[in-house]
Ligand binder design. Structure first.
Ligand SMILES: NC(=O)C1=CN([C@@H]2O[C@H](COP(=O)(O)OP(=O)(O)OC[C@H]3O[C@@H](n4cnc5c(N)ncnc54)[C@H](OP(=O)(O)O)[C@@H]3O)[C@@H](O)[C@H]2O)C=CC1
Ligand SMILES: O=C1O[C@H](COP(=O)(O)O)[C@@H](O)[C@H](O)[C@H]1O
Length: 497
């Protein structure tokens, strides 16, 4: 038993429990937490959705989903414990009357966690519904899924509706990248190692690359994706959160607001991108048909339900600059796209070259050191360093070779599996720790920066550049770095999906 004294029982209410996110991620994550005995024995889980099904049918659904998307052979002891916690309520979330159903299954004396795995436009309805039957008090927590809005204005609108009923200290905005072990490790790596803490600025770092490549297309989510595009789907949230953690100043403590204050300062210092600099700082692309991992795949405009004239971007590359003391003159290159050759997310820190070369003409171009943080897959950290090749030479000169200090999490730590991001985040919300959740001002600052880019793209009136599925994006994205004598880090193409 790994239970902590601060871990109290709660009523965990999963709105949208029969939806895609719940099925694929949230229910299998709850199962894993159950297996690790990280859910308080007295906690209940209440699934809420529109379908009129019995609690037994719901339990059956949950088990099927765990087997399909989580663990193929479910541990029966774990399942029996989880099953006993599961309840189901059929609620039309837009109808305040139907919230009366909660009266019977929620214990007002306990903490209630409301996870809104529903379309964001109904967040306000849910809050109003809960309020109408007097469920909300200061102990209730509400978890909001992304995207919070489509732009700054709609994001403010959603946040305003939720904050009519909940204080900021009760609101947990999910960015699941903040639950990934390797993203969390950025904080440990930077602030628990003096070698990095003292070399983390424009004096030592030449530039930073953040790549989040996906091999999947839009996976039947045309309606959502075509309205969003890769900029809103991935950059506004995941990439800017990673960038903030890489670039932030040391927080005073690890409490939620200390970390979030520092991340916000980074977002505020991002140099605006608008019509005056859009063409030299951004590239956007859209995939055409091609081959990914040996399989033929359709182009974006040939996907199911596609609008064949869509100009939505499925690839984005950006040269971002942070106008502050630490990062002056250090570009942060961001790149993300669908239907790239492999699924891989990496942060690569390129250190500056040596000021002087001791090793003669044959080593004129001593490569700079690189720190590669492998966010996923093959989670780990590697540093490239130059070494002397052991051995004797007749000239007495030194032979140098580039090698890697490679820390692979799966080899270094004796854990049989790395927890999924949602497991970590569900646990944190049950514990009441907001550090890994995004504060309203961060979301809005990120929208401000992103909106300006989207607006500038609209004005250029140019379509996204095509790239063949299975390649690393439009040729122009190579040019974005090449014109500054740099190139993208070459990720390994991993065979499994
Ligand atoms: N799916 C994913 O991979 C990701 C999703 N998200 C976010 O998570 C949230 C949920 O997404 P997803 O699971 O894909 O969406 P789905 O549409 O698959 O599921 C939404 C759920 O909400 C229910 N619902 C919608 N309207 C009502 C209503 N008026 N009353 C009762 N139930 C209602 C649906 O019920 P019914 O089945 O009856 O329609 C369904 O159970 C969204 O905010 C999305 O942006 C974020 C990241 C990734
Ligand atoms: O939020 C989202 O993230 C996924 C990628 O997440 P990952 O954990 O698999 O890297 C992305 O495919 C999806 O479009 C987006 O909404």
């Amino acid at each position: 038993m790994v239970m902590d004294n601060s871990f109290e029982p709660c009523d965990f209410v999963l709105f949208g429990t029969l939806g895609d996110l719940s099925r694929r991620k949230l229910l299998p994550s709850l199962y894993q937490l159950e297996k690790a005995e990280l859910i308080h024995p007295d906690t209940t889980i209440i699934g809420v959705a529109r379908q009129d099904i019995s609690v037994d049918e719901y339990r059956e659904e949950v088990k099927n989903n765990i087997e399909k998307f989580g663990e193929k052979s479910v541990c029966e002891v774990t399942w029996e414990r989880l099953k006993a916690r599961l309840h189901y309520l059929c609620v039309d979330m837009k109808d305040a009357e139907s919230y009366r159903a909660f009266d019977e299954c929620v214990d007002a004396s306990r903490t209630m966690v409301c996870y809104l795995a529903t379309p964001p436009p109904i967040y306000g309805d849910i809050c109003r519904g809960l309020h109408s039957c007097n469920i909300i008090d200061s102990s209730v927590r509400v978890v909001l899924e992304k995207p919070i809005g489509h732009d700054l204005e709609s994001s403010k609108d959603i946040n305003d509706q939720v904050s009519e009923y909940f204080k900021e200290s009760q609101i947990y905005r999910i960015d699941h990248y903040l639950g990934k072990e390797t993203v969390l490790n950025l904080i440990a790596l930077r602030f628990a190692n003096s070698i990095f803490a003292t070399n983390w600025d424009h004096n030592c770092i030449d530039h930073v690359q953040i790549s989040v490549a996906e091999s999947v297309g839009i996976e039947g989510r045309w309606g959502y994706f075509d309205d969003a595009g890769q900029m809103r789907d991935m950059v506004q949230n995941h990439l800017l959160q990673i960038l903030s953690l890489v670039a932030m100043e040391p927080p005073a403590t690890l409490d939620a607001d200390s970390i979030r204050d520092e991340k916000l300062k980074v977002l505020k210092a991002l140099r605006p991108i608008n019509s005056s600099n859009i063409s030299e700082t951004t590239v956007r692309g859209q995939y055409s048909s091609g081959f990914v991992k040996g399989h033929e795949v359709p182009g974006y405009l040939e996907e199911e339900d596609a609008n064949t004239r869509s100009q939505t971007e499925t690839f984005v590359a950006i040269k971002a600059e942070i106008d502050n003391w630490r990062w002056a003159g250090v570009p942060f290159y961001l790149r993300t796209g669908k239907r790239l050759p492999t699924k891989v997310s990496e942060v690569v820190i390129y250190f500056k070259r040596q000021p002087h070369n001791l090793f003669g003409d044959s080593f004129q171009n001593l490569p700079p050191n690189k720190l590669v943080i492998r966010v996923q897959p093959d989670e780990g950290v590697e540093i490239t360093v130059m070494n002397k090749v052991p051995g004797l030479t007749s000239s007495g000169s030194m032979d140098l070779q580039k090698s890697k200090l490679d820390l692979s999490f799966s080899e270094a730590f004796s854990q049989d599996r790395i927890p999924d991001a949602y497991e970590k985040l569900l646990l944190e919300v049950m514990l009441g720790n907001q550090a890994l959740f995004v504060r309203r001002d961060e979301v809005e600052q990120a929208w401000k920066w992103v909106d300006s880019i989207l607006e500038a793209w609209k004005h250029t009136n140019e379509p996204p550049e095509p790239y063949q599925a299975g390649t690393w994006g439009p040729v122009a994205s190579i040019g974005l770095l090449a014109r500054e004598n740099r190139s993208w880090y070459e990720s390994k193409v991993v065979k499994k999906k």
